[in-house]
Design a binder for this molecule. Structure first.
Ligand code: SAH
Length: 339
């Protein structure tokens, strides 16, 4: 049975019910299809064995059951795994699976490539090819869970792309993660370079997801040097949006800070960071160990612990994110689709 038509993944349960009704079938048929799609994970419509053949035929003639195709897989010595997929609508993206005791995090991409061109990031060197559809973002988690059979407890939007520059698709994926794949939004983190409009839209949402902001320097001139986009968005405007986010949602945000040798790791940098975290912004800092990118002039700072201590002394909550999967270029900012 060859599937054509709209991707079946985009349908809600209500859409499916309407569809089965239009076929003169009982409502529970929609539930059956839903379970096959989202709980059991089928690779073809023919596998939906408790559906009458006529319904399978109509389903396959109207909807497509498409999957990301696995192009390449790498496994790190720390058990992190990186997958390169060909997406259903074209283009290649990477997804990373990171096991850590009883936590299994999938790091997903929101765009094919990235438009930001952050100086220290490998993905930034690719440029933006296209936006991913919401279902293509969702399918990365689906594929890891159902096609590869790996456990998934957490999802982070920290792969390729800038989630808030593909807002609608990201929200569609977020909704799908909780309603279709039954992952609590509490275990989902959206990471952004700082798009005030997007942050303000997130502030209005009710799902309890987490927000991380890639700060990297609280000194505007320095931040602009690292992140070209920062020249067009005043840091103060981002701070204001984060403050609104914290107030509206009564939540904290995480500030991501890649510590770069001789760039942003001095006491002056710690002081600026301290000043950035003032009401209404409530934030903890996550210091990220830099993953080297060949050809880029940056090195990870040796002062991670020292910098952490200096933040704590200033009354900030600071943790360190050690590199995972760096030997297979699966670490943050190393995704560049090299096979
Ligand atoms: N565009 C989003 C999400 C993708 S990047 C954002 O900017 O937040 C996820 C995180 O990895 C960001 O904090 C990013 O700055 C960081 N990162 C990029 N390159 C890195 C590298 N080489 N080593 C460590 N972290 C890196």
């Amino acid at each position: 049975m060859v599937s054509v038509g709209a991707p079946i993944w985009t349908l809600s349960l209500a859409d499916l019910e309407e569809w089965t009704k239009s076929k003169g079938e009982p409502l529970y048929r929609a539930q059956q299809i839903w379970r096959w799609l989202w709980e059991k994970g089928v690779s073809s419509i023919n596998q939906m064995s408790d559906l009458p053949a006529r319904l399978r035929v109509s389903l396959a003639s109207e909807f497509a059951l498409t999957f990301p195709q696995l192009v390449h897989e790498s496994v790190s010595k720390d058990k992190t795994r990186k997958f390169l997929w060909e997406m259903p609508e074209g283009g290649r993206v990477e997804t990373v699976w990171i096991p850590h005791s009883n936590r299994y995090t999938v790091c997903i991409s929101s765009q094919v490539g990235c438009s930001l061109n952050c100086r220290f990031c490998a993905t930034g060197q690719l440029g933006l090819e296209r936006q991913l559809k919401g279902y293509e973002i969702l399918l990365q988690v689906y594929a890891v869970k159902h096609l590869l059979g790996l456990p998934v407890t957490h999802v982070v939007f920290m792969g390729m792309g800038e989630p808030l520059l593909n807002y609608t698709a990201v929200i569609e994926a977020l909704t799908g993660l909780s309603q279709k794949l039954k992952l609590s939004p509490k275990r989902i983190t959206i990471s952004t370079v700082g798009i005030p409009k997007g942050i303000l839209r997130l502030a209005e949402r009710k799902e309890p997801f987490e927000l991380a902001f890639s700060l990297h320097s609280a000194i505007p001139e320095k931040r602009q040097m690292l992140i070209p986009l920062a020249a067009h968005i005043p840091l103060e405007e981002i701070r204001h949006a984060l403050g609104t986010y914290c107030e509206k949602r009564q939540e904290w945000v995480t500030l991501e800070y890649v510590l770069l040798e001789g760039v942003n790791d001095t006491p002056k940098d710690a002081e600026a960071l301290r000043a950035f975290v003032a009401p209404p912004v409530r934030a903890k800092v996550n210091l990220i160990q830099y993953n080297p990118v060949p050809g880029l002039p940056f090195q990870g700072s040796k002062r991670l612990s020292e910098f952490q201590k200096s933040l704590m002394q200033r009354g900030l909550l600071a943790t360190i994110r050690r590199s995972r999967g760096a030997d297979i270029a699966a670490g943050c900012g190393q995704l560049a689709r090299q096979v």
